[in-house]
Ligand binder design. Structure first.
Ligand code: DC
Length: 218
């Protein structure tokens, strides 16, 4: 079974999805990390994003592996090297919207997401999970939050990987990325049909998770 959690960057998807996975004994699945891993790989290989044939060839040659550890951790390996932390850096963050808008990339990622979740129970977080990847999921949630709160949360994420950042710049980047993700042709970020909206601006993590659990119990 799959429970979907969609929403923009910094709305609290990751913390909520991880906690929910713990509460329900499900596996946490971060699809944004997959798009980041492809971006990391394309940057390392110097792939020309304007050339479709170049993209397809590079994707075929990519050796990406996802490992699920103890429920709420997901590790990504490129050529058997753990890249889970590196994919969070600023360079990857600034290119990931462009890479995730590519048809070849999306087709491959969606196919991996569907086959990976065929067996077992998963909390899957992303942008198009309830709308495109699992439109028939029984429980779908769409998280939102104010820009200022989201920027503060992102700042804390960057501090974790020792990257100094300016909060106003983060906010500007969020606005640009949202615009790009929401207006792209393929699988744009939007509230999936039938998804329940959870506004996390004023919520603690516990409250967010409890709201979702209440809907599921109902
Ligand atoms: O959640 P995140 O910031 O790690 O996601 C990185 C990027 O990946 C985000 O800008 C949009 C893209 N993405 C996507 O297009 N589809 C998904 N299901 C998940 C993420």
């Amino acid at each position: 079974m799959v429970i979907t959690i969609d929403g923009a960057a910094g709305v609290g998807k990751t913390t909520t999805a991880k906690e929910l996975a713990k509460e329900l004994g499900y596996q946490y699945f971060d699809t944004g990390a997959m798009y980041r891993a492809v971006t990391f790989y394309f940057l390392a290989e110097g792939v020309d994003l304007q050339k479709s044939s170049n993209i397809s060839e590079s994707l075929k040659a990519m050796n990406l592996r996802i490992d699920f550890l103890s429920g709420n951790e997901m590790i990504l390996f490129l050529d058997e090297k753990d890249i889970s932390l590196k994919i969070r850096n600023q360079k990857v963050t600034s290119y990931v919207s462009e890479v995730s808008a590519l048809k070849e990339v999306r087709e491959m990622m969606v196919s991996i997401q569907r086959t990976t979740t065929e067996k077992g129970n998963f909390i899957v977080e992303g942008r198009d999970i309830g709308s495109v990847v699992f439109p028939d999921a029984k429980y779908k949630f769409y998280l939102t939050a104010d820009y200022d709160i989201r920027a503060k949360r992102r700042l804390a994420d960057f501090e974790k990987i020792n990257e100094a950042k300016n909060i106003n710049k983060i906010k500007e980047d969020l606005i640009v990325r949202d615009k790009y993700d929401s207006n792209r042709k393929l699988s744009p970020l939007k509230k999936p049909d039938g998804a329940i909206i959870i506004d996390t601006s004023e919520c603690s993590i516990k409250e967010q998770v409890n709201q979702i659990l209440k809907h599921i119990e109902r």
